[in-house]
Write a protein that binds this ligand. Structure first.
Ligand code: TYD
Ligand code: MG
Length: 457
């Protein structure tokens, strides 16, 4: 008889070793190897055999002879969520909703559950809160749908209840707190997480229950679960936001049934998450007229343009190495823009502390907002405000050139909708005559940053 053996598995990449190591030799991460019990070989073989008997096809089929899957989407009742999912929930879809603790995952899951429960049966399995607590939360959120709530950590017991209730949606909150009793590992360990998720995959695929798994990640992002689970699920949603701001963005990091470009924007309020249907308005609403170190730009998130206010503050530094702080924009991108600004526009920032922020706490990693960042920095340094009806668009190259960006028209229209009157855009974009016809803004094409600064200041 073989005994259970202990091995060590890397949280980050899944590398296995029989000896503990401080650094994973495969991915180079530190402190990611965690103890893990493996079942005896015979048990694994038995399980594989059972799998092979229940799953998979024996005969290959040509595409034309395969029956069509219905592309029917279930409305989640929350349009920002539908947008990120690619139009709604798909029958039998397995979704991982991940994010930092306290960001609002349970709130979002409960709100969705209540919406769907107005029409269909929904079971909310909670390993974190008692049924009473969930009821209290639902009441506070003013939710109407009647959800079945099961406060249970043992997934095999939850499964019995699912068999009886046959819901169309199940929510498991959270994967770190549930377990299967027959698995020889504690809740939250890699073995449990994998086995439990496999079980949930079975619910989703064989019983056609759309299943949402809630999973926490820590600030370092190196908790075992969600990273490893990403391979097993159809869709990975990531809920993020700065703690101090009320805005939260929902992104799909992986989506078998839709694109991963769209984001959903929510505001966490007293009575739950509210959809932000007009993000541009929200993100530039607090801008003051004639603000120094501020420039408005339009970022394209998926198919939707969003106006944001780029803010920059510069002050003489007392340090040998001046400080640079970037929130919302990529730090390395900031360093490049600072270097370009100094070299090609003579704005001497190398002895200044520089702080950059996107108002509202949004994160943007699109090069089309480069020029706005540069303009905000120049405005901050020169103590000169821009007219408040400028829209600044363009990617900045290493030799100070302003480069073409995509979807210019969409961005301009969004600016016009919110009352902007004129725009600095890359000159190369204006070769496309479509842009010029019925353009709602007065356009100024520029081919380098010096031209842009000359027009603006
Ligand atoms: P929660 O959904 O419990 O987070 P998670 O499941 O991701 O850990 O929400 C956590 C925070 O949200 C909590 O600190 C309080 C805040 N919150 C509100 O501001 N308003 C609300 O209506 C709710 C339900 C929560
Ligand atoms: Mg929670």
């Amino acid at each position: 008889m073989s005994k259970d053996k202990t091995i060590y598995v890397c949280d980050n990449c899944g590398y296995r070793t029989i000896k503990w190591l401080g650094k994973c030799p495969a991915c180079g991460e530190w402190n990611t190897l965690k103890e893990n019990n493996v079942a005896p070989k015979t048990a694994v073989a038995e399980k594989n055999l059972a799998r092979s008997q229940t799953k998979g096809a024996n005969k290959a089929l040509t595409l034309s002879s395969i029956a069509d899957l219905s592309e029917e989407r279930k409305d989640s009742g929350i349009s920002e969520l539908n947008r990120v999912l690619g139009g709604g929930l798909v029958l039998g879809e397995l979704i991982l909703l991940s994010g930092d603790p306290g960001i609002g995952k349970s709130t979002l899951a409960l709100q969705m559950a209540a919406e769907i429960a107005k029409k269909e049966r929904v079971v909310y399995i909670s390993g974190e809160e008692s049924a009473g607590q969930i009821k209290m939360r639902a009441a506070r959120l003013g939710l109407k749908g009647d959800i079945y709530v099961l406060a249970q950590n043992d997934l095999s017991k939850a499964e019995e209840e699912l068999k009886a209730l046959k819901p169309s949606l199940a929510i498991v909150d959270s994967i770190q707190t549930v377990y299967l009793p027959q698995v020889n590992a504690s809740p939250g360990s890699i073995t449990q997480l994998k086995e439990c998720t496999e079980r949930l995959m079975f619910w989703a695929k064989d019983w056609n229950i759309t299943t949402v798994i809630v999973g926490h990640v820590t600030k370092e992002g190196n908790v075992a679960g969600p990273k490893m689970l990403e391979h097993m699920v159809d869709c990975v949603l990531f809920f993020e936001g700065e703690r101090h701001y009320q805005y939260r963005t929902l992104r799909a990091l992986k989506n078998r049934f839709g694109s991963t470009d769209e984001i959903g924007i929510f505001a966490m309020e007293e009575d739950g998450l509210k959809e932000v249907l007009n993000p541009s308005q929200v993100f530039i609403s607090e801008r003051s007229e004639q603000a120094v170190g501020s420039a408005i730009t339009a970022s394209l998130e998926g198919t939707r343009p969003i106006l944001v206010e780029m803010q920059a503050l510069t002050i003489p530094s007392f340090y040998a190495q001046p400080r640079r702080t970037a929130s919302g924009v990529d730090f390395n991108r900031l360093l490049i823009i600072l270097a370009v600004l100094e070299k090609y526009a003579g704005v001497k920032l190398s002895n200044q502390d520089v702080f950059v922020n996107i108002a509202g706490g949004l994160k943007i990693d699109e090069p089309a907002v480069d020029l706005a960042l540069l303009v905000a920095l120049a405005s901050g340094y020169n103590n000169q405000a821009l007219d408040s009806d400028w829209l600044i668009l363009g990617e900045v190259g290493l030799s100070g050139e302003v480069r073409r960006i995509n979807h210019l028209k969409k961005r301009l229209n969004e600016g016009a909708k919110l009352g902007l009157k004129k725009a600095v855009v890359p000159k190369s974009n204006l070769e496309d005559k479509n842009i010029l016809s019925d353009c709602p803004l007065k356009l100024h094409g520029v081919s380098n940053i010096a031209q842009a600064l000359k027009i603006l200041f």
